[in-house]
Design a protein around this ligand. Structure first.
Ligand code: PLP
Length: 396
């Protein structure tokens, strides 16, 4: 029988991050020792109190479908969290629990974008924001996040890209892959523009807790006039080191919840039942667990940023949030995909080519510092040695 894959699948590119990861894993199976800087996955175990809550839930028979919207108690715990940490006034009924933030992205974009509608997306950005609208036959329109602008938005550029067909703008703060954090002043200016043009905002805040050096995370929905046009999206993956649990949520204007839920019903039905119970504990019983992880990320960040900036030919800004360093490698004069592949083969360090995140990422490599301090020290040593090798070769 011949294989027929529907044409729409061609509109989604496979993950360039997984491509690097698969190659690194194959090298490990062949006996090499690779240092993994490619995956955006916390290296800590899920905090014990959350695991305990899940185990108890399982033992208590919490094993059935839940309300498709998510358990009411969890929706309430999320509403409390949004009030406490983000200054947002959501009711439980304005919250939908999803199987990870990834599912929320699909649900929201499917619910708001008609064919040919335009969605403003950062460049560079986590690739789902380009792939999902394309899959839906909508049009992702890039706006730049530039290093020289400290990865803030350029409001004039955004204004120039708004057309009759623009429906919404995506914000990712703190950002993957740049580590940039959008500041209050820029968000205030953006809010005024969005209100003037009557746009929706998709605000991905999955890295909000991973923020360093006293930086402030601002939820755009907390600014005047913004809650009614914002989808505040988050999940437990990064803050609580729960990537495998698949728990996320979207807080949205009430009128959108039934449409989002329709997508979610047909996609996953509900998020995992005992995971939802553990998520209630995560929000309500948190001690110092997240703070401790953030302290350690910051220690690693500080080491890596200094080490990278000491390598002739590489440079980076100090990321204000998330756990990524976006390394400028332009002066080495090689395409980032070629350079990343070479570094993996020669130095056994896995980095993601910036081009994976959009054309604006060309000339950069993304390094995740969600890896042990010792591995970061060794990885930076290998990086320095490899880049010095390239420089020497070039001088010959
Ligand atoms: C910006 C951003 N949003 C969302 C996600 C996915 O989160 P989840 O694990 O909740 O699906 C990621 C994962 O890397 C991400 O980088």
């Amino acid at each position: 029988m011949s294989t027929h894959i529907a044409a729409r699948m061609d509109r989604m590119a496979p993950s360039g991050i997984r491509k690097v990861n698969e190659k690194a894993l194959a090298m490990e199976r062949a006996g090499e020792t690779v240092i993994h800087f490619e995956i955006g996955r916390p290296d800590f175990d899920t905090p014990e109190y959350i695991k305990r809550a899940a185990i108890e839930a399982l033992q208590n028979g919490d094993v059935f479908y839940t309300s498709n919207f998510g358990k009411m108690e969890l929706r309430q715990a999320i509403a409390e969290k949004l009030k406490r940490e983000n200054g947002l006034d959501y009711e439980a009924e304005e919250i939908l629990v999803t199987a990870g933030l990834s599912e929320a992205v699909f649900a929201v974009l499917a619910a708001i974008l008609d064919e040919s509608d335009e969605l403003l997306v950062p460049d560079p950005v986590w690739i789902n924001y380009r792939n999902v609208p394309a899959f839906l036959n909508a049009v992702p329109v890039s706006y730049d996040l530039k290093e020289e602008n400290e990865y803030q938005l350029d409001l004039d550029e955004i204004r120039s890209k708004i057309t009759e067909r623009t429906r919404a703008i995506v914000l990712v703060t703190p950002n993957n892959p740049t580590g940039g954090v959008l500041c209050r002043r820029v968000l205030n200016e953006l809010a005024a523009l969005v209100i003037e043009k009557d746009l929706l905002v998709i605000s991905d805040e999955v890295y909000e807790r991973l923020i360093y050096g006293g930086e402030e995370h601002v939820s755009i929905a907390s600014l005047p006039g913004m809650k009614e046009r914002t989808f505040t999206m988050n999940g437990l993956s990064k803050a609580y080191s729960m990537t495998g649990w698949r728990l996320g949520y979207v807080a949205a204007p009430k009128e959108y919840i039934p449409a989002l839920n329709k997508f979610h019903q047909h996609n996953t039905t509900c998020a995992v039942s005992f995971g939802q119970t553990a998520a209630i504990a995560a929000f309500r019983e948190e001690g110092d667990e997240v703070k401790e992880m953030v302290k350690e990320y910051e220690r690693r960040r500080d080491y890596a940023v200094k080490a990278i900036n000491e390598i002739d030919g590489l440079s980076c800004l100090c990321p204000k949030g998330a756990f990524y360093i976006f390394i400028n490698c332009k002066s080495l004069g090689r395409p980032s995909a070629e350079l990343a592949d070479w570094l993996l083969g020669e130095a056994k360090i896995a980095l993601v080519p910036g081009s994976v995140f959009g054309p604006g990422g060309e000339g950069y490599l993304r390094m995740s510092f969600a890896n042990s301090y010792d591995n970061i020290v060794e990885g930076c040593r290998r990086l320095k040695e490899a880049v010095e090798g390239i420089q020497k070769e070039a001088r010959k």
